[in-house]
Design a binder for this molecule. Structure first.
Ligand code: SF4
Length: 102
């Protein structure tokens, strides 16, 4: 909600979808009780991000392995552009069936 350019997307999906994911595509276990067994991804569109850092400023979560960092952090775009472009494209996987949401 904080991103002024709406370039952050979130999806929960069946783990079988990951068989065709790019090598650098990141996911984690979906922790909602109703999403048991599903995977969860938060992805930024690298070429549409303006670098305003609002998302990092408001993120309340710390990096568990490196406590001086947050769970999300700003990084130079050029080294990540190609891989994150592929990850963003992959996120066009089907939307969750909203009829199952409560
Ligand atoms: S840094 Fe990028 S992703 Fe984060 S809020 Fe700004 S435009 Fe959105």
């Amino acid at each position: 909600m904080v991103c002024p350019h709406s370039v952050i997307r979130i999806k929960a999906y069946d783990p079988s979808i990951l068989t065709s994911a790019p090598e650098t595509f990141r996911s984690t276990e979906a922790r909602d009780r109703e999403w048991t067994g599903m995977r969860y991804t938060i992805q930024v569109a690298p070429e549409d991000c303006t670098g305003c850092a609002l998302c990092v400023d408001v993120c309340p979560a710390k990096n568990k392995s490196e406590t001086r960092l947050k769970a999300i952090n700003m990084m130079p775009q050029p080294p990540l552009r190609e891989s994150e472009r592929a990850n963003w494209s992959f996120l066009s996987i089907p939307e969750m069936d909203r009829r199952g949401l409560r």
